[in-house]
Design a protein. Structure first.
Length: 227
């Protein structure tokens, strides 16, 4: 029997396969870890401050110690914000970097990071809240990222923004200037200033000439009187 020749099958280019080819299995360097930690701590501090304000208000409403509520809420919000940014940044690095991710991978990374942050934040409220926290914050992270990707990929957003500007209205007393129009306007103003400066120089020269003539006539009169 003749050996059956098998031809290699060609597959179409799949965006998800491209992302899989550039996945980075290396551990982030010390500099990268420091950048991730710095960004995570900054985001956590921002969320922690908001949580303290919310916790203090909640304590006042419930007639409870506002300081205690503020500290607990601040720690919980700090954990949510910092773990979300850290988890998402580590996933981006492991999957080849943010610039190499497809929109679906970005949504997946945000959803996983939201689940991790929800798990950490739910630990402050007891083990029973871990699974609901993972589901809730994972859904929030993925949904927010999906809406952001849809908004960025919509080509009509820039047109809507440019058309909705009040400067483009025919009733507007102002007009949007391009770079060329602005350059021409500056050139015209410079020419006007140069013309005004030349007129001022001529007036100064004429005043000096008249002053010299009057001084000479006064000198002549004084010499005649002296004779």
């Amino acid at each position: 029997m003749a050996p059956s020749s098998q031809q290699p099958t060609t597959r179409g280019s799949d965006p998800s396969s491209k992302t899989a080819d550039i996945r980075n299995d290396e551990i982030p360097s010390t500099n990268e870890l420091m950048q991730i930690a710095n960004k995570s701590l900054q985001t956590g501090a921002l969320f922690g401050g908001i949580g303290m304000v919310v916790g203090a208000g909640s304590g006042i409403v419930r007639s409870a110690p506002p300081t205690l509520f503020a500290l607990v809420a601040g720690l919980q919000w700090f954990a949510l914000g910092s773990t979300y940014i850290a988890s998402r940044s580590l996933l981006w690095h492991a999957w080849g970097g943010e610039e190499n991710l497809s929109p679906s991978d970005t949504v997946k990374a945000s959803g996983i990071a939201g689940g991790v942050s929800g798990m950490v934040g739910a630990m402050f409220r007891g083990p029973r809240n871990i699974i609901p926290g993972i589901l809730f914050f994972g859904t929030v992270g993925a949904g927010t990222s999906y809406l952001s990707q849809q908004f960025k990929s919509d080509p009509n957003n820039n047109d809507v923004k440019s058309k909705s500007s009040w400067l483009d209205s025919r009733w507007s007393p102002l007009k949007r200037l391009s770079d060329q129009d602005y350059g021409k306007m500056l050139e015209e103003k410079i020419l006007r200033i140069d013309a005004e400066i030349s007129i001022i120089d001529e007036n100064i020269a004429a005043l000096r000439a008249s002053t010299d003539v009057s001084a000479q006539s006064n000198d002549g009169n004084t010499t005649d009187n002296g004779r």
